[in-house]
Design a protein around this ligand. Structure first.
Ligand code: GLN
Length: 245
């Protein structure tokens, strides 16, 4: 059998049930990469089946989970993330986590692709939303800060990879002084706080997946979208591509 020709495009799905999916779409359409990016708005399993990877946008995690259940997408997404990269932004980060604190009464469903505990609205309410310059490891021109927009953002409160889980790679932290009073980090000495505290983590990777507690799609900076496609997705495709002649 002839090997299939190398793919000239990558298909990026965006879960489009609620939240900031259109903003992700605009960002992806502006990327200029080695491979063409085809965007699929995912609303049912047939859409997901076409995708090489998936972005779960910010919005309201409880609503997204409920709509995903009604659309019959929860189980297919849990299967999808076993083999394909998923990036969760803000509410999407909550969905991607394995455990959640501050869930809606009665609990909320998660996909559980990343072995962290995340606290919903951990940075406070809408009025406590804030913006902060971030240093992010691995981004193009990483010495140039990425503008982090945090809107009722979740806080990573624990990393709990099991011995068989892939390691967690921290890409960005914010200064502990930006955490709200309810998240006060215990100082390790008089004028410093523990830089390893998980609550300062705002971007991380584990295995195939990427998680940001802020909203890169609400900026004009394409570097995070570029990073996801280039660093998280393309390497998974080249494995199945035939070697170059
Ligand atoms: N607090 C929201 C939630 O629980 C997330 C907010 C956001 O995505 N900007 O889903």
């Amino acid at each position: 059998m002839q090997p299939s020709p190398p793919r000239d495009h990558v298909t990026v799905g965006i879960l489009a049930l609620q939240g900031a999916f259109a903003e992700h779409q605009v960002m992806l359409q502006k990327l200029s990469l080695k491979r063409r990016v085809v965007v699929v708005l995912v609303r049912q399993q047939e859409d997901l089946d076409k995708c090489d990877c998936l972005i779960i946008p910010g919005g309201e995690s409880t609503t997204i989970a409920l709509l995903a259940r009604l659309a019959g997408l929860l189980e297919p997404m849990r299967e999808f993330l076993k083999t394909k990269p998923v990036w969760g932004t803000c509410a999407g980060a909550i969905l991607l986590a394995r455990w959640v604190e501050g869930a809606k009464k009665g609990g909320q469903e998660l996909l559980g692709g990343i072995s962290i505990t995340i606290e919903r609205n951990g940075f406070g309410s809408q009025v406590e939303s804030f913006e902060a310059p971030l240093e992010v490891e691995g981004l193009r021109e990483s010495n140039c800060a990425f503008h982090g927009i945090f809107i009722r953002a979740p806080v990573v409160i624990g990393l709990s990879p099991s011995p068989t889980d892939p390691p967690i790679q921290i890409l960005s932290r914010i200064s502990a002084s930006l955490l709200p009073a309810s998240q006060t980090v215990v100082p390790i000495d008089e004028d410093d706080t523990d830089p390893r505290d998980p609550r300062t983590i705002v971007a991380l990777r584990q295995g195939l997946h990427l998680l940001t507690t802020f909203h890169p799609e609400l900026t004009k900076d394409h570097r995070f979208h570029e990073y996801f496609v280039q660093e998280c997705v393309l390497p998974t495709l080249s494995i199945s591509s035939p070697p170059p002649e």
